[in-house]
Write a protein that binds this ligand. Sequence first.
Ligand code: SAH
Length: 194
Amino acid sequence: MTPAIAKAILVIGAVSWFIIRWPHQRRSWKTKTRLDQRSTREKVLLTCSFTGLGIIPFFYVISGRPRFADYTFQPILAYLGAAVFVASLWLFYRVHRELGRNWSDSLEVREQHALVTDGLYRYVRHPMYSAFFMWAVAQALLLPNWIAGLSGLVGFGTLFLFRVGKEEEMMLNSFGDEYRAYMKRTARLIPGIY
Ligand code: SAH
């Protein structure tokens, strides 16, 4: 494992994620929405996440900057990062299939929205966000740079922090007691912990 291979793994992981998401993204544009909460606030949050998981690490991969934030590359951390990224891609694949037409990249309730509580949703309410956090952890392990490595956790963490409460509120408004009961028996991101 070398720093160049670690960078390549991050790029391949990001491209794989895009390939997994693309058919769902296309279908999502065609699926009718009953309630759209895609506010300016949501757009700012999506931009934070895209900057941290996409723009900053991409800039680092192609330019090696900012150099002052570099630290010594540890192959063992990069191997671990590769494993975490593979696991996150598997989660993305499953979660997209399980959410199906109910999925959207923002806060929306579809015209025929079904509450999903099976599969990975039996264990946590936000397995897709768990997968994004795993991607962000993989980025931190793969890139030996304090800024480019940690920007994913900061960017996606910001989106999560400011979105998750709103999303649960929206689901409560749409599904009432069904979602309340679902909240009681599930964790947000990590089964049994949080
Ligand atoms: N927070 C979830 C879903 C992310 S996609 C996760 O991390 O897995 C965001 C959209 O998913 C929201 O617009 C919401 O309408 C929908 N959603 C969230 N939880 C859902 C569930 N349990 N069943 C069906 N749709 C859900």
